[in-house]
Each structure stands twice: as C-alpha cells, then as structure tokens.
Design a protein around this ligand. Structure first.
Ligand code: CRA
Length: 834
C-alpha cells in the first residue's frame, strides 16, 4: 500500500530519514547533511566534508533521545548528578556514538555503497583534548557511564578554545604545538546563547540593610563577564538515555562594551572583550596546579559560578523552592579545581536568595561530594589570601565564616589541641596566608572519596587524618573504572567480536562482569589461537602506524612492551629506560639467551615547564636512536616513541600491547586508569603495589600479574630511616654501568653533560626510589621474558586478564557512586513506540 502524500506523512517520512537507523535512512540523511550543511555533493566532498556529514547524521539521531531525556527528567523532577570538572578528555565522538547507537555496521555498509571508507572518515575527527590525563579522561568515561547506567546527569566544565597541546618530537625533544581543535568547527556541540550568566571579579563588598531591616553583605564586582553554554549530548550504550555535557565559554558582557564605547574608548572596548575571552582560552597543560596563576583561579571561579547559577535556574524552573535544592541535585567535585562551588553556592543562597547562614549551609553541605585524586603534596591546591581578596573578596569573607564555625566544632571535639586546629584550618598561616582548597572541599562536602582502595586508605591515614578522626563516616572509596565501549569495542573491534562469539552474546558490553564467561573457554586451543591472531593483527596495525609516524620499524612477532602515560618522575619512565639499557648491554656482551625480542614503546606528554620530565623524553629518544641504528641488536630490541599520546592514539596502543608497564613508586599513583585499559585488551601487567594495580592483581589473580618492588609501607619506612641511593649505585655493578653508559655520552653524540641532571638526581636524591626497585624490576622482567617464551601460557594469562577485569568498568564505578555517595536511582527513558 502506498502512503498518501499528505503533509503529515511527508513530515513523518522526513523524521524517519533524520532519526531512522536503517541503511536507507542513514544514507539519505548523510547525503542531505552533506548537501544542506556542507553545501557539497559526493564527487567534490573533501574528507572533512564527509566527516562533518557523518557527524551530523549521527547527531541527528542523538538529539531525539536527548530531548526525550530532558523532558522526562524535567517532568519527573528527577534527582540529578552534576559532575563538576575543570577537564573532560573526551576523545573523538563519532566512532563511540556509532557504537552506542548500535549503527556501526549499517554506517559501514552505507559507506561502502557510496564508495567511501568509514575508518578514514572516523580518522578525520580532531579530538577535543580538554584535559591533561587521567582525571580528565575519568570525567569523560563517567559521563558515558552515567548515560549507560541511566543516571540523570549534567557534566559542567570549561569550553577551552585550546585544549592540551599537540606533542611533536623534534631531535628527540618534546615540542608543543597549539591545539586548535575548533578550527574546522565542532559538529557535536550546540551553542545556547540564551543560557548565559554573569560572572564577577574584583571590586569590594558592602553592608546594607535589607527590607526586613537586617544587615547583609553584598558584592560589587569591578568586572563582569558572561559565561555562555555550549551543550554536547552524551549517549549511553544500548539505552535511550542521553545526558548533557555543558561547557562554558567566556564572553565580554555587552554592558562593559557599551561603557567603553560611550566614552569613545574603542580600543578599550575591544581589549575588554579580549580580556574576558581569555578566561576560557586555554587549558593549563599541567596535571599539577599552576602555583599562583591568577588566570587559573579565574577559570575555576568562572565555570563554577556559571554552573551554580544554572543549577539554581533549573531548580526554580522545575521543582521551585530552593529549600529542596539538595534533594534535586548532588554535585560531585572532581578534585579541588571546582571547590569554589561550595562558596559560590553559599554566596548565591545568602546574598541573592536571602537565606540565613544555617539554612544556606544546610543545603550547600548536603549538595556536595568531593573526590580526591592525588596525595602528591605539590598537587594540593592552595591560593594566596591576597589574590583571593583582590579577585573574590566576598568569597573570602564566606570562607572565613565557614572556617570560624568549623574551627569552633574542631575545638569542642579536640579540646585544647591547637596543633590540630592549625592543620585543619581552611587558611594556612605563614609568611603568606593561603586558602587550602582540599580542606575547603572536605568541610563543604557530605562525602569524600579516594579513587582506589589503597589511595582511599592513605587519604584517611595521612592527608585527611584529622578530618577522618572528626568525621569517620564521611570517607569512602570508589575505585576508578573506564568505559569498555571506547576502550574495547571502538579501540579493538576484533577482540570484541571474538569475545562476543565465544560468549555467545553482546551483553558483556554493558555488564562487564560477564567477561567471566570467557574463563570456561580458556583452555580451548581454538580460542587461544584466535586470541593470538587478534593480538597479532593489532600489533601489525600499530607497527604500520609507527613506521609511518616515526620511521621506526617494529616486529609484530616481538613482545610489545608499552609504557604510555603522562611523563612524571613518580611514574618512573627512567626505570624502564634503565631496563632497556640493561638489555642493550647484555646483547652487546653476547648474553642474550634469557631475553626475548622486544619492542619498547613509549607514549606520553610532559608538562611544558617540567624540565626533568622533558629530559626523560629526550633520553628515551636518544637511547632509541642508538639502539635502532645498531644492527647488532636489531633482531632483539627496538625503541619507539609514539608522538602525541592522546585518546585517539591511546586507542591504537592498548589493543597492541603485550605488556603494560605500571611501575610507579608504591603510594604515589592514586589509581591509574591506563592500567585498566591495557588489561581489558589482554596485556599482562608488570607493576608495583600502587593505586588500582593492587585491585587489578587481586581480580586477575596473582599468577597472572608480574609484581615487583617495595610496598607503599616499605617505601615510606626506607624514606624515614634515610634512603641513600648512591649505595645502590656503588654496590650494584650492573646498575652502575647502566647509569655510567648514559653519562659516557654514548646516547648523546659524546655530550657527557646533557643527561647529568637526571642521572645525578638518581644517584644523589632519587625521590621516587628508582634505584631501590631496580634489581627487583630486572628480575621480574626476566620472569616476563621466560613466560613470553611459552606462548600458550602467556595467551592463557592474557585471556584470564580480560575474563576477570569486569570490575574496572566505569559502569561499576558509577553504580558505586550512585548507591553509596549520591543516593540516586536510575531513570530509564522508554524507547519510542513502533
Ligand atoms: N594525574 C592520578 O594521578 C588517577 C587519576 C584519576 C590523577 C591518577 O592516578 O587515575 O587522577 N590525579 O583519578 C590528579 O589528576 C589532581 O590529581 C591524575 O590523573
């Protein structure tokens, strides 16, 4: 029966074209988007035009679900998680959205029909790198899992115009290139010019009498800028739920412009605009705080102020009275970067909504939860009181008042313990008084958590010991997780297919514990063989990419030994280098019998101002240049440095790794998440008892994990009793000869000085105890090599790693938060009828 050609039927036809999942609908919408948005037809379309059309076609399908989610959440007054994070390291959207919509295969077939290659269209996407590393990527995994777990959520953050720099390697050194990710437009975001909030800076506070005759304080900022919302839909896997990622862009407010124009100050007006827009211009490329950087504090305040104003607006538009604000919202502070939100919510409730202190504090304190991500003292944020006073005078007053009331509570609880009051105060006294953001976050939150069991234990025992004694029930652990959609299905489709085939279903993708069903097949020769084939294919892909990107030829038959993460001394990339040099020396001495051929692969960025981390990168490349050009050793070892390690490049790396290096000094890595990504892709881990390694080892079984090194406790003990690295250097001839080889100039064209800062530091200070763990590490690497020689055994271990890694899905982490921290229940969106 043919459909009558009425306006209604045309409308529904169009709707199907824009939302349908059939190949016909996808194809039509793709061609329409190419024509109507890009103004192109197929024959002349550039790869970028094709990518944009594919992205819009995918986005069309997200929007319908998004609107439905928003409607349901609004009408049902659903409790909502607001995730506050200064970073979201999202990675490319297209492939992940196709998987979550379940249309990858259809998209591939449509591409083929149009004589296009889906993989190259996907390659075109420039990823939004709005984060530095683990913390930002965690936020992105959590957003995806919040949708998958059907928890209503809004992610709030900053729409940086320049994300994390692109890394190039020139003459072995890291060179930073600006990341102009918005250059060609961003098809995933929707600007909301009407969702716009004023944000003040500077000025002064004043007292006044309100209409009831009560004395109140208010802030008269000197400068006001606007924050404009840019929304990105975040789809879950196999669900209709779409959550919202709302990032704020800073713009000059019109009133400011007018003022300057009216006084004839054209330059001043334009300058003001530039100055305002600077606030969301660039991500600070450091995973530690930038001490005293005024712009950074401005950024933090900018995004939390917009977010708090937005939450209040949403609440008033739906539920109504602010008394129930903390029932409607729970706000998660992703580290201390958004901790000012506590103070901003207080200010809004007190000054803009006329609440009493007790009422405002009751709401604020019930709204917030705080996740701590590091114990490193240099990463704990503090801001000078002077800077605060100048930039946020009203907030400083509120902090003082929070502190006054809090310290009264401490005094009553710990009678006469002045030292404790000193330590717990929100203000650090000293030559320069400073606001302690971590203490503010703990005091302002109803729940505090660390990101792995060991880390959470150390948080309670060291960093927040005083607080844990005061409020023991406030402290929790939620071990991190990563999304298996991106890091298995998107990154490693061959493995995903093999798992699906072996288990006989795809349910493991949303219930990762079901990977356990692989265990029943672990001894089947057929599975083992296919497992190896999948791994080999991934290694071949990576080898081809590496060859093209760096010129280094890797042998896919060799063991791919990978360390990929930010460069930091505590992560001990230099320990890995010492191992490489040891292998090199052994082969040169004709002692290669206990080795296996290995490709040593590194990836990672260093903070631009972190001299030692940059020197480690140079050292790796220098050692690599000598080894890769020495025909003597070429059948045995190669060294490759993957430039620009980011989400996209990570996805190339994880599937190809045989061995995952997780070798930080125990007690220093809060969790790590790369460790989980490698393991999910069948790499075996060599690691210390640090961060989530501890739990990964428990999960996969100690026989399937290469453990070495001191425990956190032992490391601390040795530090306290006086650690003398030079004794290791003097007494271990091999270690000495490895370090001496660096100093000999062999890797630096005879320059004996260039690596001295690094080697001298190791021998004389060694703050991360590389030398203390050197021997244990080498011994353990020997076991790795022996194990690798037994292919069947290795493959078995690899399968077991994947089978038992289910716990480290970010879905599990989100369910933990939902149940224990947020007290929130899922809100599924019903699929459309028909
Ligand atoms: N640098 C930790 O160091 C952890 C992530 C996410 C870090 C990692 O061990 O996996 O957070 N800490 O929880 C951090 O950013 C400010 O502290 C990280 O990414």
């Amino acid at each position: 029966m043919s459909t009558p050609n009425t306006p209604e039927s045309l409308d529904s036809e169009r709707e199907r074209t824009r939302t349908g999942m059939s190949k016909a609908a996808l194809k039509q919408d793709f061609l329409d988007n190419l024509f109507y948005i890009q103004g192109r037809f197929l024959e002349v379309a550039t790869p970028h035009d094709l990518y944009m059309a594919a992205a819009f076609t995918t986005r069309d399908r997200l929007l319908e679900r998004w609107v439905k989610s928003a409607q349901l959440f609004k009408s049902s007054h659903a409790r909502t998680v607001c995730y506050l994070s200064a970073e979201y390291l999202l990675g490319p959207h297209l492939a992940s959205n196709l998987v979550n919509l379940g249309i990858t295969e259809n998209a591939r077939e449509v591409s083929e029909e149009l004589k296009l290659d889906l993989d190259s269209i996907i390659e075109e996407e420039e990823e939004p790198g709005l984060g530095n590393g683990g913390l930002g990527r965690l936020a992105a995994c959590f957003m995806e899992s919040l949708s998958t777990c059907e928890v209503p959520a809004i992610g709030y953050g900053i729409r940086y115009e320049f994300g994390i720099f692109d890394q190039a390697i020139e003459d072995g050194w890291q060179v930073e290139k600006t990341d102009n990710w918005l250059r060609n437009g961003n098809p995933w975001e929707i600007p909301r010019p009407k969702i716009c909030f004023p944000v003040g800076y500077g000025g002064h506070t004043e007292s006044y009498r309100d209409e009831r005759g009560q004395m109140r304080q208010r802030w008269q900022p000197e400068l006001e800028i606007n924050g404009v919302a840019y929304d990105t839909p975040i789809l879950g896997y196999g669900t209709e739920n779409v959550n919202l990622l709302r990032l704020w862009k800073a713009e000059a407010s019109e009133s400011f412009d007018f003022q300057a124009f009216n006084t004839g100050d054209y330059y001043g007006a334009v300058y003001a605009k530039i100055e305002a827009e600077t606030i969301s211009k660039v991500l600070y490329p450091n995973d530690e705080p930038e001490i005293g950087k005024e712009l950074r504090l401005k950024q933090q305040y900018f995004f939390v102020s917009c977010s708090m104003q937005d939450m209040i607006r949403l609440h008033q538009n739906t539920v109504g009275p602010l008394e129930s604000f903390a029932d409607k919202f729970v706000a998660q502070l992703n580290d201390t970067h958004p901790a000012l939100a506590v103070v901003e919510l207080m200010r809004l409730l007190l000054d803009a909504h006329g609440m009493s202190w007790d009422q405002a504090w009751g709401i604020t304190h019930r709204t917030f939860c705080y996740t701590n991500h590091t114990l490193l003292p240099e990463a704990l944020e503090t801001w000078s009181v002077n800077l605060f006073e100048r930039l946020l005078p009203r907030h400083l007053e509120i902090i003082y008042e929070i502190n006054r009331r809090f310290l009264d509570e401490v005094r009553v609880h710990f009678l006469g313990d002045e030292a404790r009051i000193w330590r717990m105060s929100l203000i650090a006294e000293g030559d320069e008084r400073r606001v302690r953001m971590a203490n503010l976050a703990v005091v302002g939150s109803q729940a505090v958590n660390g990101v792995a069991e060991l880390h959470s234990k150390l948080v309670k025992a060291t960093l927040f010991k005083d607080f844990a004694e005061l409020w023991p029930g406030r402290f929790h652990n939620v071990t991190n997780g990563v999304t298996p959609r991106r890091f298995m299905v998107v990154a490693n489709p061959r493995l995903a297919q093999l798992i699906t085939k072996t288990c006989g279903h795809e349910d493991w993708i949303r219930d990762l514990e079901r990977l356990r069903e692989l265990e029943a097949h672990v001894d089947e020769a057929g599975l083992q063989e296919q497992w190896l084939t999948v791994k080999r294919a991934a290694k071949q892909d990576l080898a081809a990419w590496m060859k093209q990107a760096t010129g280094v030829q890797l042998d896919p038959e060799s063991l791919f030994d990978v360390q990929a993460k930010r460069f930091h001394e505590y992560k001990r990339q230099h320990l890995k280098v010492l191992h490489i040099i040891r292998c090199y020396q052994r082969i040169k001495q004709g002692l290669s019998q206990d080795l296996v051929p290995r490709a040593f692969i590194f990836g990672g960025k260093a903070a631009p101002g972190y001299f030692m981390a940059k020197l480690m990168i140079k050292l790796i490349n220098a050692v690599g240049a000598v080894i890769n050009n020495d025909p003597h050793v070429n059948g045995w070892i190669r060294v490759a440095f993957m430039p620009d390690f980011n989400v996209k490049n990570g996805q190339r790396l994880y599937p190809a790794a045989d061995l995952s290096e997780q070798i930080s000094l125990a007690g220093k890595e809060a969790s790590g998440t790369g460790n989980m990504k490698f393991s999910m892709n069948g790499a075996l881990t060599i690691g210390t008892l640090d961060g989530a390694n501890v739990e990964i080892r428990e999960a996969v079984g100690e026989d399937n994990f290469f453990l070495f090194g001191m425990t956190a406790e032992e490391a601390l003990q040795r530090q306290m009793t006086g650690y003398r690295p030079w004794e290791h250097y003097q007494s271990d001839a091999k270690l000495k000869s490895d370090i001496d080889l660096i100093n000999s100039g062999l890797f630096s064209h005879g320059d004996t000085q260039i690596f001295r800062p690094l080697t001298d530091n190791l021998v004389n200070h060694d703050p991360f105890m590389v030398l203390a763990d050197y021997r244990a590490y080498l011994d353990c690497q020997k076991t790795v090599s022996e194990t690798y020689k037994d292919t069947q055994r290795w493959t078995r271990m690899s399968i077991l790693n994947v089978a038992r890694i289910g716990h480290f899905s970010s879905d599990r982490a989100i369910r933990d938060y939902a149940e224990h921290i947020w007290k929130i229940t899922p809100k599924p969106i019903e699929p459309a009828a028909g």
